[in-house]
Design a protein around this ligand. Structure first.
Ligand SMILES: [Zn+2]
Length: 219
């Protein structure tokens, strides 16, 4: 079956494009961390982390997952997120599971864009990360959405991105999250920090304090 599929869809690594594998060992190593602190242009008010320091594989994988329908990449990207959570706990940056439950809130997505891509890649990688952290019961809360009038931010300046999002990220109180939970907001790429900042603010508005922002890569 795999050989047959290879004839139709040639397998290549989603990070570097090497043939014969969907995700190569070298790219897996690049994604393995340690997590790196990031200072976005727009302050989110909470610590921001990227899963690792090297840009190439992460950037390519995020683009492939987002724009080229590589849904299989949710698994390695989810593994990278789970690894980053473990390392941030070891560094004392996030509460350990015996002290606090973990709630992960994926970034909001524009519905039409998600439909066109055949699903929301950030949600898919967050779900894979939660599986990776089992037997810990990680809560995945889709608490955020974009309000009307939000445009695709590609090509917008930092100033225009902020204006595009101002007041337009909506939060609904997450049903399963408890007050003592450690809450992590996850996005694939951080550009200016506008989405993360608006999301942190919207969650605060429904009584959810975000402990950290975690992204795969920085644009
Ligand atoms: Zn590779």
């Amino acid at each position: 079956m795999r050989a047959l599929l290879d004839l139709i869809l040639p397998r290549e690594c989603g990070g570097c494009g090497v043939a014969g594998t969907l995700w190569c060992a070298r790219c897996a190593t690049q994604l393995a961390g340690p997590p790196v602190a990031v200072s976005p242009r727009i302050d989110t008010g909470v610590p921001v982390w990227a899963v690792g320091a090297h840009g190439g594989a992460r950037r390519a994988a995020v683009i492939a997952a987002k724009e080229r329908g590589r849904r299989d990449l949710a698994r390695p990207l989810g593994a990278a997120l789970a690894g980053a959570v473990r390392q941030l706990r070891a560094l004392g940056e996030l509460d350990p599971p015996e002290l606090a439950g973990l709630t992960v809130v994926p970034a909001p997505t524009r519905r039409r864009a998600a439909r066109a891509r055949g699903g929301d890649p950030v949600l898919a990688m967050v779900r894979c990360a939660a599986e990776r952290l089992a037997p810990e019961a990680v809560r995945v809360e889709r608490a955020l959405s974009f309000g009307a009038g939000v445009r695709d931010s590609v090509g917008l300046s930092a100033h225009a991105r902020v204006a595009n999002l101002a007041g337009r990220v909506r939060a609904t109180p997450p049903v399963g999250t408890v007050r003592s939970d450690c809450v992590v907001f996850v996005d694939d790429v951080l550009t200016t920090g506008a989405t993360a900042a608006e999301s942190v603010r919207a969650l605060a508005g429904v009584g959810v304090r975000v402990d950290a922002v975690l992204v795969i890569g920085v644009a």
